[in-house]
Design a protein around this ligand. Sequence first.
Ligand code: IVH
Length: 702
Amino acid sequence: MTGVPEALEKLTPAQARAAHEALARELAEHDRRYHQEDAPTITDAEYDALRRRYLALEDAFPELARREAQSQAVGAAPASRFAKVRHAVPMLSLDNCFSDDDVGDFVARVMRFLNLSEAPAFTAEPKIDGLSCTLRYERGVLVTAATRGDGAEGEDVTANVMTIGEVPHTLAGKDWPDVCEVRGEIYLGHADFAAINAEQERLGERLFANPRNAAAGSLRQLDASITARRPLRFFAYAWGEMSALPAASQWDMVQAFARYGFRVNPRMALCHSLEEMLAIYRSIEAERASLGYDIDGVVYKVNDLGLQGRLGFVSRAPRWATAHKFPAEKATTELLGIEIQVGRTGAHTPVARLQPVTVGGVVVTNATLHNAEFIAEKDIRVGDIVSVHRAGDVIPRVDAAILERRPADAVPFVFPHECLCELKTPLVKEETAAGEEGKVRRCSGEFACPYQQVEHLKHFVSRRAFDIEGLGEKQIEFFFHDPDLPVRTPADIFTLAERDAAEPVKKLRNKEGFGDLSVRNLFASIESRRVIPIDRFIFALGIRHVGETTAKVLARAYGSWKSFEDAALRIARGDQEAMEEMDAIDQVGDTVIEAVGRYFSETHNLAAVEKLVSKLTIVDAEKPKADTAVAGKTVVFTGSLERMTRDEAKAMAERLGAKVSGSVSKKTDMVVAGPGAGSKLATATALGIQVLTEDEWLALVS
Ligand code: IVH
């Protein structure tokens, strides 16, 4: 912000306060429309102008800013749930390494990507087992605090975070940028966790399973005064949007955060080789029990921010960082029974029901038994004493039976050969990508199988898909079996209200578990989801192998539902060109293409999708970086590149909105050719396609 408009200085303090309050109300209303209703009534530019006026007032009358921080600290809690905050820079997760070899591979990947002959410097620091939080400071004042959420959008927990003593309300020092988003971990120490649970017990309240759950429960309180009573702590280790970077390395960034008044982890170290990284890992592991707070591994990050920028990201994790996890924790307990769960894809998964046992601080009652082969190979029987493994957030698993302790009457487990549903469809084992017989037994009934139908519906309404409040797994089970208002396909969800209204007596509100208000809320939340972003929509369809990340990638590549559907239908018909186009998308390969083709060749699916689409408005994907010289262009790299590796070139092009293809065709816009380029260059020349040298390409995109 530069200077203060003269007009503002002429205001009396009382006038300024009134204007400040009015603007705050106006901004809050626009925030609500934008975040909660997804229906803004002003443009982003108009919003920014309002916000600038608001900040200009605070510039001229600094006491206004302080008042605001205070009023937020006391915390008028949001009326119902937390408002959503869209992260200016996504909050990423980390890839995991589980062994020294994995770390070696990680370092080698980094070197290969950057074409380095020696390992670059890495920071190594404890991986705190808490919950990540982003703190946005504008001109040194804390304005928003948000949870990670799904990485793109989190929950606004500003009022709660304001009560955490270790989070500064205003930044110390001087060299902070105007917009400064500091990220880190909120956590609870062991002693404080024990005290909280003792208090919970005294009050007859639910006990927390571990410090992380207690920290999350304490932070996500609608009543900030409860958060204020919990001694939450904060370590700063990363950042989001920064109007300027105060340093050029990871190490120096963290030192800058310390100057701004944050606690940073004293065990962070700078390493210059794989050996040093592993040595730090061992020393942190040795100290683990005496740290006083939970950690679940060590995080390594490339130190040089320039190199971090070049490495970029793969889907939701940076290429320049990884988490080296501590080994899983173990316990033994009795196997009470084996149940078969039928998943959305028809996979029949055996689940162990266990005598409850604590593994690494968490009570475990269920664990996966992987598949029929595993049970047979390890000869695991009901009644056995089994060893159970749990690593971090991963689903616990049964490892083996302790044969010496087997009861005399234990009999081998017989895995069913047909689906549990009334159709009794035979289970089949699919081929793996390598052409071998897979281990997963699947019902081939697909959409005819009621188990799969209901799982599809649960997936459809889940948090990362349609996220329909009040319509969770329990309610889906209910509606699926309800004779009056059945929900059998996703489209049925969107006709519930009209079907209910068409009944002579509205039925739903008289059913068990539903009241007048809950029915109204349910219908309203269904209504609010008729407008859906394309990535969520594609994910919600439950196409095999199309998870959240792939759905996002497809959405971004095709832009609109119409063009994705068109491509999918062509693939279903075996159209080679459509397959190649999809294959050219980064992170999409044969498995996904085949799954999309199968999904869109199934008439059941086509009918269900068509009915569903007619009830919705599917919002196009945001076009990435439409303002770059290569956005929307199809680029082919050929020959050897000298200034960067092929992977790096590809990643950079995609970051700038270009599509990278492996073969030259009429649709190619440009070919970047290095020394040794052969047939692709010849084809390009013959077709009259623009050919660039590596330097020309770099000049174009820089
Ligand atoms: S860096 C872009 N550093 O681990 C990299 N994360 O598994 C962002 N975490 O969501 C993360 N300690 O909640 C980083 N020293 C540390 C961490 C750390 C804990 C958590 C964080 C993140 C998760 C990823």
